[in-house]
Design a protein around this ligand. Structure first.
Ligand SMILES: Cc1cc2nc3c(=O)[nH]c(=O)nc-3n(C[C@H](O)[C@H](O)[C@H](O)COP(=O)(O)OP(=O)(O)OC[C@H]3O[C@@H](n4cnc5c(N)ncnc54)[C@H](O)[C@@H]3O)c2cc1C
Length: 506
């Protein structure tokens, strides 16, 4: 079956077993879960795959330490189990182990350091209980001042050592969503971007094609609303309280020689940190704020100046030479879809909620990228129960995404390393796809510039296989060039060319 995504609502049937609204990580996960159980699935997004919160995360696959600190053992265990599955079976090409250091500077007291050490020790116990291999996530340990400065030469010179621990890091959050959505499509799900749900009930929806303006009705035996921070706009009785998380983007030269995440404690707290996370494409992300947001939810949230100042000032506590505002080449904000209250049908035993509306729409909201698979399983189980539909049991726990393979196999894939990181075993197809469309090998693999490693091959694949319909889809979600606005003009001509190549071929 084709693993291609479609822009616009052309080809959507009049009836389906399950309609999924929203193609963030949650909706993509639901589409995959349902298609893997043998259901007929239609999944739509008003804009694009990974349009919403799912592309503005910290791109970490967490072990659930925060939940442990709050005594929520089951939730913490679930998170650690899902992390292990992602790293070892579901998406080893997209998730890797990230070393993280908490530098023990003069600002970190003895008791704070003791608490941090206890915390990472408990995190390692979670890894063990989740049966994640030691080779996947190495043991946390106290390291010397010399080793700290080797891993992160920019930390304050009076550092007395650091606590080193490991967690999962995504190549890119939007690429995980794309991989899940395409895997769903490979199992028969019809995945359509630019298709807005205008009205919704438990038996179907009114859809609007955002390319043509045409409206049509689709009937469905079951309906799942996975629209994140917009979930309350389609279904009554849901009350959300979004919270904004801002990240900054700085170039790798701003933090020279750093080979790990650097965590700076937020003054006056015991377990809140501002972190600088090294990214695969020569940048760092500095995050993270947590600020309540009121009023209308925007299509894309803007990071305010006070968030930027807060992040720079806290990180400065860990650095010998603080970053300045001029080092910030980009900034982005995401909105957490937090539930403020839940109706009687809510299942709040986890950090995500499955809610059923009066007409039978199942809404899945909350949670995080790391636990998307479990959220999807719970949502599909509920949708089957509500609609009286039978299907095979969930089988995503051991289902590799397209491109996934064990690390040893990935190491042998004959394609440039960057493409293997992003496409796994599909990397050679990404290259041959461009060659088949008349692009020379040299042109297919030439980076946009020395600081922008994006290639024509992956942009063409974005159009032919990943449903990209315009330059923004290519630069903001298939690749993340758009996170640095000054890089955008250099990459735009290549994106335009990719769209032309795909159009003239098809
Ligand atoms: C700043 C920040 C950092 C985070 N970091 C991490 C992290 O490091 N690790 C982690 O595990 N989790 C993290 N999270 C949590 C995680 O990112 C979110 O829980 C998750 O992305 C939410 O995904 P979603 O699919 O539910 O929502 P979204 O990604 O917002 O998707 C909803 C989709 O619904 C679509 N939609 C809306 N209305 C309609 C309509 N009427 N018709 C059709 N489509 C519609 C939207 O276009 C959108 O694409 C972070 C969250 C934030 C805010």
């Amino acid at each position: 079956m084709s693993a291609t995504l479609t822009a616009g609502s052309g080809g959507i049937p009049e009836r389906t077993d399950l309609l999924v609204v929203g193609l963030g990580i949650t909706g993509a996960g639901v589409a995959l879960d349902a298609a893997a159980r043998g259901l007929d699935v239609v999944a739509v997004d008003a804009f694009d795959v990974a349009w919403g919160t799912s592309r503005f995360s910290s791109k970490l696959v967490h072990g659930g330490l925060r939940y442990l600190a709050k005594g929520q053992l089951a939730v913490a265990h679930e998170s650690a189990v899902e992390r292990g599955r992602l790293m070892e079976v579901i998406a080893p090409h997209l998730v890797r182990a990230l070393p993280m250091v908490i530098p023990l500077t003069a600002e970190v007291s003895g008791p704070q350091a003791w608490l941090a050490r206890r915390g990472v020790g408990a995190g390692d116990l979670l890894r063990l209980l989740a049966r994640t291999r030691r080779e996947t996530l190495p043991r946390p340990r106290r390291i010397s001042a010399t080793e700290t400065r080797t891993l992160a030469p920019v930390v304050r010179h009076d550092v007395r050592g650091a606590i080193l621990s490991w967690d999962g890091q995504l190549e890119d959050d939007a690429r995980l969503v794309l991989a899940v959505a395409r895997t769903a499509a490979s199992l028969g799900a019809r995945v359509h971007t630019r298709t807005r749900v205008v009205e919704l009930d438990g038996h179907g929806a009114l859809l609007r094609d955002e390319l043509t303006g045409e409206e049509r009705r689709i009937d469905a035996r079951a309906v799942v609303n996975a629209t994140g921070v917009w979930a309350d706009q389609l279904v009554d009785g849901i009350s959300l309280k979004p919270s904004r998380g801002t990240h900054l983007v700085v170039r790798k030269e701003a933090l020279p020689g750093v080979r790990c995440a650097v965590m700076a404690p937020v003054p006056g707290t015991t377990n809140r940190y501002v972190f600088a996370l090294p990214q695969p494409d020569a940048t760092f992300y500095v995050g993270l704020t947590d600020e309540p947001v009121t009023g209308r939810v925007p299509d894309v949230a803007e990071p305010p100046e006070e968030d930027i100042e807060f992040l720079l000032s806290v990180l400065a506590g860990a650095l010998e030479h603080p970053l300045t505002r001029d080092d910030v080449v980009g900034a982005y904000a995401g909105l957490r879809p937090l539930l403020s209250s839940a109706g009687a049908t809510a299942d709040l035993s986890r950090r995500h909620a499955v809610l059923v509306s009066g007409t039978g729409v199942v809404t899945i909201v909350g949670g995080k990228l790391t636990t998307y698979r479990r959220m999807a399983q719970d949502a599909v189980d509920k949708a089957l129960a509500v609609s009286g539909t039978t299907a095979a049991p969930c089988r995503t726990a051991r289902l590799p995404l397209l491109g996934a393979a064990p690390r040893e196999e990935l190491d042998r894939v004959a394609a440039p390393a960057r493409l293997v990181r992003r496409f796994g075993t599909e990397a050679p197809t990404v290259v041959s796809n461009a060659l088949d469309l008349g692009v020379s090998l040299e042109e297919a693999l030439a980076p946009v510039s020395t600081t922008i490693p994006v290639t024509l091959a992956e942009l063409v694949f974005g159009v032919t296989h990943e449903g990209a319909a315009d330059v923004d889809d290519l630069l903001d979600r298939r690749t993340r060039v758009g996170l640095v606005p000054s890089d955008r003009p250099a990459a735009e001509p290549l994106a335009v060319r990719a769209l032309e190549i795909a159009r003239t071929s098809g």
